[in-house]
Design a protein around this ligand. Structure first.
Ligand SMILES: [Zn+2]
Length: 255
């Protein structure tokens, strides 16, 4: 069973301005917006359940609308139900945990813990691969920024996915990832490269976030400087946990 993908217009900073919603049997994943095509697909699939990979607006925006119109059972991650309700505007009916399986018709879908981009982030495992939300993209990278983003968790999610070696990844933005292992390797290398630059900037005397951003990014980041700042903070938090810098939320020092 290959998940059916319907790209919907969503409030996202992804360059396409769209989020891919998926239908896995009778489970609707990540309705980040409404469209007639998605209505049609939900009806055709006889969808009975809805869940999201994480709580960002471009993934939850139309959960409440689809749940009400199509009488879907709303699922949320156990322990995150309040955050889910605040983001989605609807209370969940049932909860899942990593390792759970969701009943979605003639097959079941397993829940995979993939935090980092967001603390509650999960993937949905089906025989054709993993519906992977914002864990990975075919080109470029995803945002792992403070607050909410956790670089250590993100890297370990990528490593676990690499070890799992799924058939394919079905991401929320951009094309299907046909070679998950090489995508994980590329994304890991990209993060570790940025981490080296962040560490070098601190060792070269950068103390606050702005100075570290200037030291760690060479390319023109006009328009995405806020994301670069958030990313740098996530790197500094990781480096501090590992004892390689000290970081008090405002100032970094080499150790
Ligand atoms: Zn996201």
């Amino acid at each position: 069973m290959r998940p059916r993908r319907i790209d919907v217009p969503a409030e996202t900073r992804a360059p396409t301005g769209e989020t891919a919603a998926y239908l896995l049997g009778r489970l609707l994943v990540d309705p980040g917006g409404q469209s007639d095509r998605l209505d049609h697909a939900v009806r055709e699939a006889g969808a009975a359940h809805v869940a999201v990979t994480h709580h960002h607006p471009d993934h939850v925006a139309a959960v409440a609308e689809y749940a009400r119109r199509f009488d879907l059972t709303v699922w949320a991650r156990a322990g995150r139900t309040d955050a889910f309700a605040a983001a989605a505007g609807i209370d969940p009916d049932r909860t899942f945990s990593p390792g759970s399986t969701l009943p979605v018709g003639d097959t079941t879908v397993a829940v995979l813990d993939t935090p980092g981009h967001a603390p509650e982030h999960v993937g949905f495992v089906c025989p054709a691969g993993v519906v992977s939300g914002d864990l990975a993209v075919a080109e470029g990278s995803v945002v792992v920024g403070a607050p909410g983003g956790d670089m250590r968790a993100y890297l370990s999610s990528l490593r676990r996915l690499h070890a799992r070696d799924p058939e394919r990844l079905f991401p929320a933005h951009g094309p299907v990832i046909e070679h998950p292992r090489s995508a994980c390797e590329r994304l890991l290398a990209h993060r570790l490269d940025r981490e080296r630059r962040v560490l070098a900037a601190v060792r070269d005397g950068a103390r606050d976030v702005e100075a570290v951003v200037d030291g760690a990014y060479e390319k023109d980041i006009t328009g995405v400087r806020d994301l670069a700042r958030a990313t740098v903070v996530a790197h500094l938090e990781k480096l501090a946990v590992e004892g390689r810098v000290t970081w008090n939320g405002e100032r970094a020092q080499p150790t």
